[in-house]
Design a protein around this ligand. Structure first.
Ligand SMILES: [Zn+2]
Length: 225
């Protein structure tokens, strides 16, 4: 994907199957989907690090000694080569970050709550603090996710969004999570931001959507140096 060309940075589709163990799928199906995916993208499945995502803003720096599943976590950062990071979604925004100068990557799970908790900012500050990253070297991709056309929330939440981030991100009860994340990234000095515009609910049959079909699988964003 464009500026991520020297590394692996992909979003899976329905054709890659469900990748989450917590959605009433058979374990062997998920195991098999994960193995096939690793073959497709040529990484070591046993090294893959994923998260027990909890809609918070806990971002962890990981390496090959870290557990394969990081508990209570919505963001992963590493500078280690051949260590694939995975974020699982079905409407929430999978955000991938890449600092090609310092060789640092991140995978973030940005649903509404984590967006409100500014998980993108938390990740960027950690990249700066721990790896001496400069914001201007960090590139971001926001993957397939539910967009402002379909992301309707309660009146109360729409009001909170307007108060916290501005009325440009609210249209009636619909809110623009991609726009909010973009503004957070921009405020933190990130200039190179790509947003994939396919809405998981209304314009993409290639991705799982929780709002479209509550009992659904999860697709993933995967990034590896
Ligand atoms: Zn839509």
């Amino acid at each position: 994907m464009n500026d991520f060309k020297n590394i692996l940075a992909v979003f899976t589709t329905i054709n890659d199957g469900n990748l989450a163990y917590h959605v009433e799928d058979k374990k062997e199906n998920v195991d098999n989907n994960r193995i096939q995916l690793a073959k497709k993208y040529n990484y070591d499945e046993t090294k893959l690090i994923s998260m027990n995502q909890t809609h918070g803003n806990n971002v962890q720096i990981v390496n090959s000694n870290s557990p394969r599943i990081i508990d209570d976590c919505d963001g992963l950062i590493t500078n280690e080569k051949d260590l694939p990071l995975m974020v699982m979604v079905a409407d929430c925004i999978p955000i991938l970050l890449y600092d090609d100068k310092k060789g640092v990557i991140a995978a973030l799970h940005a649903g509404r709550n984590s967006t409100f908790l500014k998980i993108a900012e938390v990740a960027i500050l950690k990249m700066k603090e721990n790896f001496d990253s400069n914001s201007s070297d960090i590139k971001a991709i926001l993957g397939p996710s539910i967009q402002k056309c379909c992301y309707e929330v309660s009146v109360e939440l729409a009001n909170i969004t307007e108060k916290s981030f501005g009325k440009e991100f609210v249209n009636g009860r619909n809110i623009d999570l991609q726009g909010i994340n973009k503004s957070i990234l921009v405020q933190n000095g990130v200039k190179n931001i790509k947003i994939l515009n396919n809405c998981t609910k209304c314009s993409s049959s290639e991705h799982f959507s929780y709002r479209k079909d509550h009992k659904t699988g999860r697709f993933a964003g995967i990034i590896k140096l």
